[in-house]
Structure formats: structure tokens, C-alpha cells
Design a protein around this ligand. Structure first.
Ligand SMILES: Cc1cc2nc3c(=O)[nH]c(=O)nc-3n(C[C@H](O)[C@H](O)[C@H](O)COP(=O)(O)OP(=O)(O)OC[C@H]3O[C@@H](n4cnc5c(N)ncnc54)[C@H](O)[C@@H]3O)c2cc1C
Length: 488
């Protein structure tokens, strides 16, 4: 009997496994593939995801594998630099291949004690009052108290739960791959620039070591159910550019659509959905992986609290309440970005207008804070603007705030020095620090770094500790994790 079985060891599943292990939850991840994905989506980790890596002590491991790029230019690929003074200590984009980020997250989860079984496809899920029974393709049955489907856009778990996935089907398909070319770079660059004047859906550029990344609309070629071939690429390149650039020797070829869908529910009893299993949208703006990893960050401590027995009754439901509206917003902004990328005259005129509007700092800032998720504010009820937002990584007496969050516990940052976390000290750290670079007396941070309370009154604080961390004094055994980073 596991506490939690996670289906799918993509970025969402691996992140969730690690978050659960920080709280000592017994986790098994089952992944149907035996090998990492062969195709390499270069994923941009946006600011909030980079911050999450810093909050769990992973950033030093991730940074050497990525390439830092300016944070701007992502909304509909409109080339505007980011505004000055973004509210983050990590105001950049980190370009990193998806298989690398998945590997690093899986290694992190395993180091914390998660079990991962590759080559196991889940085919059946049944739940009862005590737990969930999972059936694997080879007939083996496993039991857990909870199950989370992190099994991607075609989620088996979502289907077995009967959760609807309404939205728009794919209207356009795109071919993407890496291959070598047979013509000089200058010739390619000139042709690509000419086509991109009117068609933003096409790109062909060098990706190092003589390999080129090709992205081209799939219109009319190949069978959607079959993997694309190099001939499909040649055919589409000839149709769009008048030449196939002599492409040959593909490293990998893939095909993806622009379907946009959102799960009707994120939870059915003991089973939850996260990442692409709960939402899909076109990759424009590079938000899907970021959204999934952030789902996992929101869910991990709540599900751990449920398993450990301290979570208040409604805590687990706040996962859907908080994260589904975020996904709705991402779906909407990708719909807008897709519309702005159309070669039709109307959308092109709109794009020109938005490009002008982005010269206004506030417009540019709003869009970049949306894409990078640093503008996100959960609805925790009435209160100052900071309530519900994440706190940036600030200087504190001992160093940096995010270093104090490595263990995934709550944190009271107390500039008055007279408040107490009392009976919640097994779940919430207390840092009395009059030097903290804050302009409010105290904040209570949830384990995901969002501000749960602002004030200076002990009774108010106790009520909020109760709200987020349950009844005091119901001690849980020592959580696992990098203990050296937690300083009181
Ligand atoms: C071309 C392209 C470019 C992209 N670029 C970006 C970007 O720049 N930034 C960004 O944030 N996002 C990007 N994305 C989106 C991103 O790749 C996805 O959102 C992300 O992979 C979702 O992660 P996940 O863990 O939720 O699901 P997945 O990555 O799909 O992982 C699901 C896992 O579950 C496993 N699985 C499935 N079914 C079962 C089963 N029955 N039993 C056991 N295991 C199962 C799968 O094998 C897989 O490993 C891009 C996507 C595409 C197509």
C-alpha cells in the first residue's frame, strides 16, 4: 500500500513525487515508457518555474544545462524586450531540453526517496472508501490511498474517471524536427526572413553541430496517426518556401496540434489530475510544462497534508479552486496568441496594433507577468494586494528567503519578533527577522511560496495557521529532505 501513486513520470509527475517526498509520503511513480522521449522539445522555463527550482534548492543543478535568455519576446513571439525591474531575482528565461529537465526532476524525486517504475502502463483505476486500485498492462494490481494522473494530454486516468475534457479540437497541425540541410546558411536565413514577414508559423534555424530545427505547418501531409517522415517535411517545405533546402539525416521528427481543452474537474474522490492530463493548449508562449510543474507545486503539500492527517477538510479542494482558473487563463492567452499569429489581414493588423501597445510599459509588463506566472494572485479573500501572490526571493538575515523554503514547509517571516507558530511548528518554520526586506510587519508563506496572511496580530495568525495547516499539535514524524538548508 503506497500513500500516493502517480501515473506518468513527465515533468509534472516527477515534480509532484519530489514535493510529496519532502513530507515523508510514500510515493510510487509508474511510467509507461522505458526510455526518455527521443524528440527534444527545447522548453523555456519561465520566471516562476525558475523560482520554484530556487525554492527547492534545484537551481544550481538546472542552470548548467540551460541557456539563459532575455525574458521578453514570448507573447505571440512579438519581439519586445522585457520591461525594466520585473519583480523577481530570476528575471530571465532558461532554455533547456525537456528530457533534461525531466531527468533532473526524476533524479531529485528519487534522491528524496520516491520509487519510479518505468515500462508500466496503467490500464485500470478503481476507487473505494479506503483507497485506489491500479491495474497495470501486465495485469499486476497496486493499491494506494490516493492517485494522481500526470499522464499527459491523452490521459488514461482522466478517461477512466469519466472526466470531460471539453474545448476545441486541433484545427492546425505542425511538423517539428531536427535535421541537416544541403544549402548554405545565408541562403536559408534570407528565405526564412522573407517567409516570416507574413507567416509566423514557419521557422528554420541552426541548432548547433550542423543541425537545423524545422517548424512547418503540416497541412495535408501524412497520416495524423502515424509518425511524420522526412518526405512529409520536404513536401511542406517545397509548398511554403519553394525549396526543401536539401533536408536530410533527421535526428528526430514530431507532429503536434493546437487542440485546446480543460478538464471539467481536477479531482474525483481520491484521484486527481495535474499537468497536461488536466489541460492542453498550443505550445505558443511556452507555458505547458511550466503550468504542469506549478500544478504539482500547488498540489504536493496539500496532498501530503491529507495523507499525513493534518490537512483541514477543504484544503485538497483548494487545488482545483486555485489551479483551474490559472489554466483557463493560460488557455485563453494561447488562443489570443494563436489568433495574433495568423497570416490573415485582420489578425496581422491586430498584431501591429498590439505591437504598438506593448510600447506602453504597463501593457508589456502585464503580458510578461502573465506568461511567466509572476503576476498570479490566488483569491484568498479580501486583503492587501500582496495577499495570494508569491513573494519574490528577498534578502533575509541568514541569506535568501527561498533557501528557507527548501524543505517545503510553511514559513512565518516575522519582522516584529513577537509572534509564534506555536503548535504548528512541526509544519511551519518561524523566522524572526527585523531586517527582512519587507514593507509589511509579518507574512505567512505557504510551502508553495504564496502569501497566506499579512499582519501583526497573534490571534489572526492562529486563525490562518488553522485555515492552511489544520489543527495545532497533531505532530507528524520528521519529514525528509535537505535538512541543512532549513534554518530557524
Ligand atoms: C513542440 C512543443 C513545444 C513545447 N514547448 C514548451 C515550452 O517551451 N514551455 C513549456 O512550458 N511547455 C512546452 N510544451 C508543452 C510541454 O511539453 C507539456 O506541457 C509537458 O510535457 C506536460 O508535462 P506533463 O508531465 O503534464 O505531461 P507529459 O510530458 O505528456 O508526461 C506524461 C507522462 O505520462 C506517461 N504516461 C502516459 N500514459 C500513461 C499510462 N497509461 N501509464 C503510465 N504512464 C503513462 C507518458 O509516457 C509521459 O511520460 C511544448 C510542447 C510541444 C508539443
Amino acid at each position: 500500500m503506497f500513500d500516493v501513486i502517480i501515473v506518468g513520470c513527465g515533468p509534472t509527475g516527477a515534480m509532484l513525487a519530489a514535493e510529496l517526498r519532502l513530507h515523508g509520503v510514500r510515493v510510487l511513480v509508474v511510467e509507461k515508457e522505458t526510455e526518455p522521449a527521443s524528440f527534444v522539445r527545447i522548453v523555456g522555463l519561465h520566471i516562476r518555474s525558475i523560482e520554484l527550482m530556487a525554492m527547492r534548492g534545484l537551481l544550481d543543478r538546472v542552470l548548467p544545462h540551460g541557456r539563459r535568455r532575455p525574458a521578453g519576446g514570448f507573447f505571440a513571439a512579438i519581439a519586445k524586450p522585457a520591461p525594466e525591474g520585473l519583480d523577481s531575482a530570476h528575471a530571465y528565461l532558461l532554455g533547456i531540453p525537456q528530457p533534461v529537465i525531466v531527468r533532473l526532476l526524476e533524479e531529485h524525486a528519487v534522491a528524496l526517496g520516491a520509487q519510479v517504475r518505468h515500462g508500466c502502463a496503467v490500464t485500470g483505476v478503481e476507487q473505494d472508501d479506503e483507497g485506489v486500485t491500479v491495474e497495470l498492462a501486465d495485469g499486476e494490481r497496486l493499491r494506494s490511498r490516493h492517485l494522481v494522473g500526470c499522464d499527459g494530454g491523452r490521459s488514461t486516468v482522466r478517461r477512466l474517471l469519466g472526466v470531460g475534457f471539453p474545448g476545441e479540437p486541433a484545427r492546425t497541425e505542425t511538423l517539428m524536427g531536427e535535421m541537416e540541410v544541403g544549402v548554405p546558411q545565408e541562403e536559408i536565413a534570407a528565405k526564412v526572413a522573407e517567409i516570416q514577414e507574413t507567416d509566423k508559423s514557419f521557422s528554420l534555424g541552426p541548432f548547433g553541430e550542423g543541425v537545423y530545427r524545422v517548424v512547418v505547418p503540416a497541412e495535408g501531409v501524412g497520416d495524423r496517426a502515424e509518425p511524420p517522415t522526412i518526405d512529409d517535411f520536404r513536401q511542406r517545405l517545397r509548398a511554403i518556401a519553394g525549396t526543401d533546402f536539401g533536408v536530410h539525416s533527421p535526428r528526430w521528427l514530431s507532429r503536434f496540434g493546437d487542440a485546446t481543452r480543460l478538464a471539467e474537474r481536477y479531482r474525483v474522490g481520491r484521484v486527481l489530475l495535474a499537468g497536461d492530463a488536466a489541460h492542453i493548449h498550443p505550445p505558443i508562449g511556452g507555458q505547458g510544462l511550466n503550468l504542469g510543474v506549478q500544478d504539482a507545486f500547488n498540489l504536493g503539500w496539500k496532498l501530503a497534508g491529507q495523507v499525513r492527517g493534518w490537512a483541514p477538510e477543504s484544503l485538497l479542494d483548494t487545488y482545483q479552486d486555485e489551479r483551474r482558473p490559472v489554466a483557463e487563463d493560460v488557455l485563453d492567452n494561447t488562443r489570443a496568441q494563436m489568433a495574433l499569429s495568423s497570416p490573415e489581414p485582420g489578425p496581422r493588423a491586430l498584431r501591429r496594433l498590439l505591437t504598438e501597445l506593448m510600447d506602453f510599459d504597463e501593457v508589456n509588463r502585464h503580458l510578461i507577468e502573465k506568461i511567466t506566472a509572476i503576476g498570479l494572485r490566488y483569491d484568498f479573500g479580501a486583503g492587501p494586494d500582496l495577499l495570494g501572490r508569491r513573494l519574490r526571493d528577498i534578502d533575509v538575515r541568514q541569506g535568501r528567503l527561498y533557501e528557507l523554503l527548501h524543505r517545503g514547509r510553511g514559513l512565518l517571516l516575522d519582522r516584529t519578533g513577537r509572534l509564534s507558530t506555536g503548535g504548528w511548528s512541526d509544519r511551519v518554520d518561524h523566522l524572526a527577522d527585523p531586517t527582512a526586506a519587507l514593507d509589511v510587519p509579518c507574512v505567512l508563506l505557504r510551502p508553495d511560496g504564496h502569501v497566506a496572511w499579512i499582519g501583526d496580530d497573534q490571534r489572526d495568525l492562529d486563525a490562518q495557521l488553522y485555515r492552511w495547516f489544520g489543527a495545532p499539535g497533531r505532530d507528524a514524524p520528521d519529514p525528509v529532505g535537505p535538512k541543512d538548508t532549513a534554518r530557524r
